[in-house]
Design a protein around this ligand. Structure first.
Ligand SMILES: Nc1ncnc2c1ncn2[C@@H]1O[C@H](COP(=O)(O)OP(=O)(O)OP(=O)(O)O)[C@@H](O)[C@H]1O
Ligand SMILES: [Mg+2]
Length: 438
């Protein structure tokens, strides 16, 4: 099948109706327009993904797996595989999250909390700039708790316990510094400030407005912010989150560093384990999306041109098609996989997503996918989603989708002129997903 001379191939399975016919797929044809493995639970998706990863290892390619359940931990002892489990041995620094990710996390409500949170983040970024560039400013006095900066016209900007003091302070010095560091402060793609101070800074933001001066403490605004502050404190003090986002220092390694090392190493696979990540506050989506975004940016810089990367995302319905609406970031979409599907083929970053529910994949992503490996599918809408996205899938073949056995699949795609019904070979390393016996 689609064998080009010298092209790297993956021995994938046998024809269902002729067990002697071995099906070997060109790696290029499989992944070059992204690949989706779909099917109901127990259909064999994870085994198929494992088979594909095996092929990539044999061909000395490179792949990263986002492993939501730890199924692929069976690979951890393979000498070609690097693994890292978030929370247990690595973290994704909150400083690499976008401001909208933080909004998804903290969920500021309504018309009071959102502007206050935004303002508090702005202030903390200014405080961070002031502290980092202390020697470039004139410091009037400094104690452990408080640094007083003298800004233009002898007006003061006070950084108190790392936060900007606003109560009864003049606005001008703040605005001056805001414009000075505007590029850094308005860069919403990073969160470079001390996140542990957010609640304190929110308190500082609750002041009256007296024109050129901020007034005294505004108890009503503060009251309206209580639920936000409680939510933030809960998240910042949660042991899992602390370890996951690096809210406090630990011996764990930064995931970004691990990815960089992996890319430079001669290992073939990096497993990023999500098995210990809790399911609340949408942290799984935020993290997967942030990892996707990081890889997307690397690909845009041309890092994968010479050595393409396949990003495997199992149980992709957990991560795709997630939208969070709020009025500040018109629709805060966790859409980096969508963008990868649309633009990163040219840059050598390819997606291979496995999901039970094709209808959960955003249409934009689905229509970019060139190869479908479909295991058993029963639901009508799911079958339709596949049929719509795939021109060569004629009705005759789709009729078999509900009756496929475990490990049986129909292969369709732009590089495969005819849909092929096949049985996938058992992978040498089986994922840890067997159905318990009753
Ligand atoms: N190619 C295969 N050959 C033989 N048996 C298979 C094959 N693939 C899967 N199976 C059997 O089917 C079971 C379920 O497979 P798998 O875990 O890959 O399903 P899945 O589609 O990933 O399910 P889920 O959506 O629940 O994750 C496996 O434990 C295995 O026993
Ligand atoms: Mg699975």
């Amino acid at each position: 099948m689609s064998i080009k001379k010298n092209a790297k191939t993956i021995e994938f399975g046998k024809l269902t109706y002729d067990k002697n016919t071995i099906i070997e797929l060109s790696q290029q044809a499989l992944f070059s327009r992204h690949c989706a493995v779909v099917g109901t639970t127990g259909g064999g998706k994870s085994y198929t993904v494992s088979k594909l990863i095996e092929g990539i290892i044999e061909n000395k390619g490179k792949a990263i797996i986002i492993d939501p359940t730890g199924e692929y931990s069976t690979y951890d002892h393979n000498p070609h595989v690097e693994k890292t489990v978030l929370i247990t041995d690595s973290y994704f620094s909150y400083k690499n999250l976008t401001i909208s990710d933080l909004f998804v996390l903290f969920k500021p409500g309504g018309q009071v909390q959102q502007p206050i949170l935004l303002e508090a983040i702005k202030s903390l970024k200014i405080a961070e700039c002031m502290i980092k560039n202390k020697d470039k400013h004139s410091v009037e006095s400094e104690t452990k708790e408080r640094i007083i900066f003298k800004i233009k016209d002898k007006q003061n900007l006070v950084v108190d316990y790392g936060c900007i003091l606003k109560d009864s302070m003049p606005k001008n010095p703040f605005l001056n510094m805001y414009f000075k560091y505007k590029n850094i402060i308005e860069d919403i793609s990073v969160s470079d400030f001390n996140i542990n101070l957010v609640a304190r800074q929110i308190y500082n933001e609750c002041v009256y407005d007296n024109g050129n001066l901020w007034g005294g403490h505004d108890g009503r605004n503060w009251g309206n912010s209580t639920s936000l502050v409680m939510r933030i404190n809960n998240i910042l003090n949660d042991n899992d989150y602390k370890k996951m986002f690096g809210f406090e220092q630990s011996d764990n390694k930064d995931l970004i560093g691990i990815i960089k090392e992996f890319l430079e190493s001669d290992k073939n696979v990096l497993r990023i384990g999500f098995e210990n990540i809790p399911y609340n506050f949408q942290v799984r989506e935020i993290l997967a999306n942030a990892i996707g975004k990081y890889l997307l940016n690397l690909s845009r810089k041309g890092e994968f041109k010479k050595q393409p990367i396949v990003l495997f995302v199992d149980e992709a319905h957990q991560f795709l098609n997630k939208k969070v609406k709020d009025e500040y970031f018109e629709s805060t979409e966790l859409n980096s996989f969508d963008t990868i599907a649309k633009e990163s083929r040219k840059y050598g970053l390819f997606l291979c997503i496995a999901t039970q529910m094709p209808r959960d994949i955003p249409v934009g992503t689905l229509s970019q996918i060139g190869t479908f490996i479909s295991h058993r599918l029963i639901n009508h809408q799911d079958k339709e989603a596949i049929a719509n996205a795939c021109s060569s899938a004629n009705k005759d073949t789709l009729a078999f989708l509900p009756v496929l056995g475990s490990g049986e699949a129909i292969l369709m795609g732009v590089d495969f002129p005819m849909p092929v019904m096949l049985k996938v070979d058992l992978p040498k390393i089986e994922p840890n997903s067997s159905t318990p016996l009753f």
